[in-house]
Design a protein around this ligand. Structure first.
Ligand code: FMN
Length: 155
């Protein structure tokens, strides 16, 4: 039993965050996403300092958060491993105003301008100001205790 086991008892949604840096798309699965403020609209997520994509997310000046729908478990797995090219392969890629990849079946998305980077232990917290967003009907993909599910039972 570890602290990670205890932390994994907290049920979260699942997102894929994307950015564009050095002429290339970058993306990774993330469940540390959360909302922070309404006025101004601020959200956050945390990236492991040793992550290959950390520099791209910190240097690019912004990111797009795709909130995954329950049918997108395959994308949650795809964006958590492999090369960046493999992560973006085999999908219809829609682009946001800032040229970040938007995954079309996502439940919601937030395009953000990076506003603050807070160093916190082995992660950096990336606080972003929401500049555009959208949503469509559906149910979110949930994650707890290293398993995916849905919150369909919520009324
Ligand atoms: C459900 C799930 C949630 C994750 N959440 C995060 C997260 O919030 N922050 C993070 O740095 N990594 C997170 N990861 C791990 C990254 O997706 C994974 O380490 C990825 O391979 C990092 O890619 P990179 O090293 O190429 O940047 C998560 C993985 C999964 C499966």
């Amino acid at each position: 039993m570890s602290i990670k086991d205890a932390m994994s008892c907290f049920t979260t949604g699942v997102t894929v965050v994307t950015t564009r840096f050095n002429g290339q798309d970058w993306g990774m699965t993330c469940n540390s996403f959360n909302t922070v403020s309404l006025e101004p609209a601020l959200v956050l997520w945390s990236v492991r300092k040793e992550s290959q994509s950390r520099e791209a997310f910190v240097q690019s000046g912004g990111y797009l958060v795709n909130v995954l729908e329950k049918s997108q478990k395959n994308l949650a797995l795809q964006y958590a491993q492999g090369t960046q090219a493999e992560r973006f392969a085999g999908q219809t890629l829609v682009r946001s105003a800032q040229d970040y990849v938007r995954l079309p079946q996502s439940l919601a998305w937030f395009e953000c301008k990076l506003s603050q980077v807070v160093s916190a232990g082995d992660h950096d917290i990336l606080i972003g100001e929401v500049v555009d967003f959208g949503l469509q009907p559906g149910q979110g993909l949930a994650y707890a205790q290293r398993s995916f599910g849905s919150l369909a039972a919520l009324v």
